[in-house]
Design a protein around this ligand. Structure first.
Ligand code: CAA
Length: 380
């Protein structure tokens, strides 16, 4: 497989890098400290076409490929992983599903503003009693004439506080198990929809995560995505692409950790020379570089499989598993190389570690990725 980037992919990556360095970096430390959502940054990302990157221009998207998307998420996340996940959820979870399964009515009303960054979306699958075990949705949707009535509770909703639109799965026919799950597109201002507690998180603190309560929420039947009963299939296929986004986010954290470690090891002197002269440090840098390079190849391979219309379930899970492992391990080693300085806020590496951990948890834990990979390996 050819891994050379096209001129267009390089220019998109460079544009994302410039934006991250000039527009995101200056406020990232303060936003992390204050858990402040980057509203203005998100709206500028929308103006630049980064919020609906893979959506067709017909629906106000940028019509780019998944490789460009992965490169852009990595660049943004290298500077601020909170912005990376806000962008990733809108692009690969919400816009993707709407474009693939939405009616023209839903695309006109919801996809256009979401893909152009005028509105923000959130993906609502997890529940207090259905996280990894996502088939067991408790939230219920009852058909009543021309609308559904939804009751239940969602949690761990990234973008949940600031979102305008929710992409939400609920059980519309319990007797059919996961084949009775339906996906709904819901406006934030729908009566009965309550944005709950904003979580106080270890990392990615400037992105918001909250619970969502649904108390007799009336949703028009025309807001069903695809058709009733295919909601779990929609969620799983959508998450495959989401896993490429999270993997790219993790790569950004790993790369930032590595670069910080190289820089510090060249500056810091011990035993009469820069610590980069010490084999103990060189081995760490080599291990980090190998992990990052390997993870990036798998992530780009997966994005390319998606662009070529091939099945990418296995490669997306492999990429997420490997890149999130790289993020956590590179952040840990970057702290070790910084010594005590790595443990305080003055240097960024402590944030990299805090931000990295979630990449092994959301959009399917590392253990779930192994289940998905093994099932693909053993199929037939
Ligand atoms: N791609 C496509 N289809 C998939 C799939 C995938 N990755 N994973 C499962 N499926 C399909 C199966 O093929 C099966 O379909 P058929 O009926 O056609 O056979 C169907 O889904 C049910 O799957 P299983 O029989 O394997 O069900 P299971 O309960 O044994 O396992 C699971 C399902 C893989 C564990 C699934 O529940 C899962 O992926 N769980 C993790 C959920 C997750 O990733 N949550 C993230 C929350 S969203 C989030 O974090 C967003 C955010 O805000 C950042």
């Amino acid at each position: 497989m050819n891994f050379d980037l096209t001129e267009e992919q390089i220019s998109i990556r460079d544009a994302a890098r410039d934006f991250a360095e000039n527009e995101i970096a200056p406020s990232s430390v303060e936003r992390d400290l204050k858990s402040e959502f980057p509203k203005e940054i998100v709206s500028k990302l929308g103006e630049l076409g980064f919020m609906g990157m893979m959506v067709s221009p017909e629906w106000s998207g940028s019509g780019m490929d998944s490789v460009s998307y992965a490169l852009a998420v990595e660049e943004i996340s290298k500077v601020d992983a909170s912005v990376g996940v806000i962008m990733s959820v809108n692009n690969s979870l919400v816009c993707y599903g709407l474009e693939k399964w939405g009616s023209d009515y839903l695309k006109e009303k919801y996809l256009k503003p979401l893909a152009s960054g005028k509105k923000l979306g959130a993906f609502c699958l997890s529940e207090p009693e259905a996280g990894s075990d996502a088939t067991h949705q408790r939230t219920e949707a009852q058909l009543n004439g021309d609308h559904y009535v939804l009751n239940g509770m969602k949690n761990w909703i990234t973008n949940g506080v600031n979102a305008d639109v929710y992409f939400l799965q609920a059980m519309s026919d319990k007797s059919k198990g996961y084949k009775g799950i339906t996906t709904f597109i819901i406006d934030k201002d729908t009566p009965g929809l309550e944005v709950g507690k904003k979580e106080d998180k270890l990392g990615i603190r400037s992105s918001d995560t909250c619970t969502l309560g649904l108390n007799n929420v009336k949703v028009p039947a025309e807001n069903v995505l695809g058709e009733p009963g295919i909601g779990f299939k929609i969620a799983m296929q959508t998450l495959n692409g989401g896993r490429i986004g999270v993997a790219a986010q993790a790569l950004g954290i790993a790369q930032a950790s590595y670069e910080a470690a190289v820089k510090y090891s060249k500056q810091r002197k011990a035993f009469n020379s820069p610590i980069s002269d010490l084999q103990a440090i060189q081995f760490k840098l080599a291990d980090m570089a190998v992990l990052i390079e390997a993870a990036r190849l798998v992530v780009l391979f997966s994005a390319k499989e998606k662009d070529e219309g091939k099945s990418y379930t296995k490669s997306a899970s492999m990429g997420k598993l490997l890149a999130s492992h790289a993020a956590v391990n590179c952040a840990l080693e970057a702290i070790q190389i910084h010594g005590g300085y790595g443990y305080v806020r003055e240097y960024l590496v402590e944030r990299f570690l805090r931000d990295s951990k979630i990449t092994q948890i959301y959009e399917g834990t590392s253990e779930i990725q192994k289940i998905v990979i093994a099932r693909e390996l053993l199929r037939n």
